[in-house]
Design a protein around this ligand. Structure first.
Ligand code: AR6
Length: 185
């Protein structure tokens, strides 16, 4: 599904984010930036050891050894990936909704797009952040993810943004959310 948002394009596709040829892909990382399972593990495997080394450097230098907090984002090179850049963000762990999970999830998408623009990136692929290991209910996460990206694209000349959904089930949930959002626009 492909939609124009102002001068920008927003697309929903099923696929593997590690194969995307957008200038940047987004990683649903954890605060350590040292890799993990799910999409994070797949990105580190495909990017190679040099990504882990760069992440360690970012952690030590940019973050002064601290963990990356939920909603924040940092950028590295893509190394062996087709994408030139990886923007690492940390989604919130779902604990029922009373720990500002919705706001933190929106911040992930907004901060990733801001960081992309600061680095002159004009095309980006997002996974469905927090809806795997971090257990954010996907119906709710899809609305927040899409509304945040749509709002950003309405306000900025960005280029191309895609959501890469890992299953047909996830794709259909995002598609339904997108249709509702577009009807309300
Ligand atoms: N391409 C696109 N989407 C994928 C891929 C892929 N190759 N692999 C998985 N997904 P998750 P989270 C989907 O668990 O919930 C890690 O261990 C997956 O089906 O990867 O934010 C980190 O290190 C799901 O829809 O991320 C953290 O500890 C979505 O990506 C923690 O998991 C997100 O699932 C982050 O949890």
């Amino acid at each position: 599904m492909k939609t124009k948002i102002s001068e920008n394009t927003l697309e929903l596709v099923t696929g593997d984010i590690t194969e995307q040829t957008t200038e940047a892909i987004v990683n649903a990382a954890n605060g350590s930036l040292l890799g993990g399972g799910g999409v994070d593990g797949a990105i580190h495997r495909a990017a190679g050891r040099a990504l882990l080394d760069e992440c360690k450097k970012v952690r030590a230098e940019t973050l002064s050894g601290e963990e990356l907090r939920a909603g924040e984002a940092v950028i590295t090179k893509g190394h062996d990936l087709p994408a030139e850049w990886v923007i690492h963000t940390v989604g919130p762990v779902w604990t029922g909704g009373s720990d500002k999970e919705e706001e933190k999830l929106a911040n992930c998408y907004r901060n990733a797009l801001k960081l992309a623009m600061e680095n002159n990136v004009k095309s980006i692929s997002f996974p469905s952040i927090s809806t795997g290991v971090y257990r954010f209910p996907i119906e709710q996460a899809a609305v927040i993810a899409l509304q945040t990206v749509v709002d950003f694209l309405e306000e900025h000349p960005f280029g191309y943004a895609a959501f890469i959904l890992f299953s047909d089930h996830d794709y259909r949930i995002y598609e339904a959310a997108m249709n509702r959002i577009l009807q309300e626009e």
